[in-house]
Write a protein that binds this ligand. Structure first.
Ligand SMILES: [Mg+2]
Length: 123
């Protein structure tokens, strides 16, 4: 029997923020959770999930890119907490009536203007 993680990978594709937004909205609606999904409540839930994400790295010291010494269980736990943060962030943007993907693209452009690439020296 496939694990939940294996199932998700098998049927995954390049997932869009809009798809995640719509699936989260449906998830909340069918459970009657819309009444609890105020911007404030979602922000507090997001902060809680950031705390859970931080706990994974707490006391580990510096961690190498790619997490070469982590067990598959530790990596799966990290995936779950990163997902919790992402999903609450997307849901928060949605209930605020914002297009998070478009806002992020706009912010990258603003950051590029704010932090221009330094001219490279040629020898
Ligand atoms: Mg969590």
């Amino acid at each position: 029997m496939e694990s939940t993680c294996e199932y998700a990978r098998k049927y995954s594709k390049d997932v869009s923020l809009h798809e995640l937004r719509d699936r989260l909205a449906e998830f909340a609606e069918v459970r009657g959770w819309d009444q609890f999904h105020s911007p404030r409540n979602l922000l507090l839930a997001l902060v809680g999930e950031v705390g859970e994400l931080s706990e994974i790295f707490q006391w580990k010291g510096e961690v190498a890119k790619g997490l070469p010494n982590w067990s598959s269980g530790d990596k799966e736990h990290l995936e779950e907490e990163l997902s919790d943060v992402l999903l609450y962030l997307i849901r928060l943007a949605d209930v605020c009536g914002l297009d998070l993907g478009q806002a992020a693209l706009t912010k990258i452009v603003k950051n590029a203007r704010k932090y221009p690439v330094a001219a490279r020296q040629t020898t």
